[in-house]
Design a protein around this ligand. Structure first.
Ligand code: TXA
Ligand code: MG
Length: 310
């Protein structure tokens, strides 16, 4: 993708004034602000209508920048070397002298950090003297945005600027792993668990801390297109859209495919844009056919299950 330096300059100027700007990432678009600024972080919560107790992910250019704010360990170094920049978020301990805004963390002593791979946002991060707090650029509990158009539809004039970066190539949010103790999966995402386990040479526990909600943002209803969703549907009802993993021969206008031949990567990339399309086409609900529960299919099923709690 060609990088437009004038657009990046404009973004930089707004961020330096503690404004919020939407930025492209390889997973989904983010609503970004200076992570060291209380003012910028408060603005993010306000624009998103996000509960204050749901802390923000912070995006860094590289490990050197991260080490100013967080302590790390061997598992972090292994995963950083293999997957970053890329679609994985780490929960780490904050250093006592970290400059991260307490509004961003909701005074927690941990931080969710990520190194986005999108070339436009990498170019931006390299120029800034601070990391970017950036939750997904959508209204709380709704579907994440995978294009600048999606962001504009959700927020209109509430956001000063959307940095153009084309369609997000992965289309699902990052995989979140708590690395403070035994690696613990907090959110399935764009990076498959099996490849992470190969690098760590051990099984990753799944959300074993049942007493608290470990990733506060993983509330039950999430990723909702705003209309009801039924899973594993074999038949469809009147006025319903039918969402399938792959193309079938006889098609009617109410049938939507995530991929031509059932490729899970392609399906992931198309998931959110297809849900948005169905909503725009005025269906009253969505019936989803079975999606294989392996690899990225697990993340797709996780998102659809949460979206079905409408
Ligand atoms: O791919 C992504 O991760 C995108 C792009 C923009 O980077 N961001 C994203 O942010 O999905 P958000 O805020 O929508 O989801 C981040 C999740 C939330 O569920 C939040 O509760 C959790 O990370 N989180 C943030 N800080 C945390 C912390 N210190 N401990 C545990 N979970 C945390
Ligand atoms: Mg989100």
């Amino acid at each position: 993708m060609k990088i437009n330096l004038a657009n990046i300059k404009k973004t930089e100027k707004l961020l330096n004034k503690n404004e919020c700007v939407a930025i492209p990432t390889e997973t989904v678009y983010g609503l970004a602000g200076n992570a060291y600024s209380d003012k910028a972080c408060s603005r993010i919560f306000k624009i998103k209508n996000r509960p204050k107790n749901n802390p923000l992910i912070v995006h860094y250019y590289n490990d050197k920048d991260l080490f100013k704010d967080c302590s790390f360990n061997k598992n972090f170094l292994k995963l950083y070397k293999r997957f970053c920049p890329g679609p994985i978020t780490f929960i780490l301990d904050l250093k006592k002298d970290s400059k991260i805004s307490k509004i961003a963390t909701n005074k927690k002593k941990t931080l969710a950090v990520r190194f986005p791979k999108h070339p436009v946002t990498r170019n931006l991060l390299k120029k800034l003297s601070y990391p970017l707090a950036a939750p997904s650029a959508n209204l709380s509990s709704r579907i994440s945005a995978v294009s600048s158009q999606d962001v504009k539809e959700d927020f209109g004039k509430k956001i000063k600027y959307v940095l153009e970066g084309g369609k997000s190539p992965i289309g699902l949010e990052s995989t979140i792993i708590d690395l403070r103790h035994q690696p613990n999966l907090l959110r399935l995402g764009g990076l498959e668990i099996s490849v992470i386990e190969k690098v760590l040479k051990k099984k990753i526990m799944i959300n074993n801390n049942k007493s608290k909600i470990p990733a506060p943002g993983q509330f039950k209803l999430h990723y909702s297109p705003g209309i009801p969703i039924r899973l594993n549907a074999k038949k469809i009802k009147k006025k319903e859209a039918y969402l399938l993993i792959k193309k079938i021969k006889k098609t009617k206008t109410n049938v939507y495919f995530l991929s031509k031949n059932g490729n899970l990567k392609e399906a992931a990339k198309n998931l959110y844009s297809t849900l948005r399309r169905i909503k725009k086409d005025s269906y009253i609900s969505i019936a989803v056919g079975k999606i294989p529960n392996k690899g990225l299919g697990k993340t797709i099923n996780d998102r659809l299950l949460r979206a079905s709690k409408f």
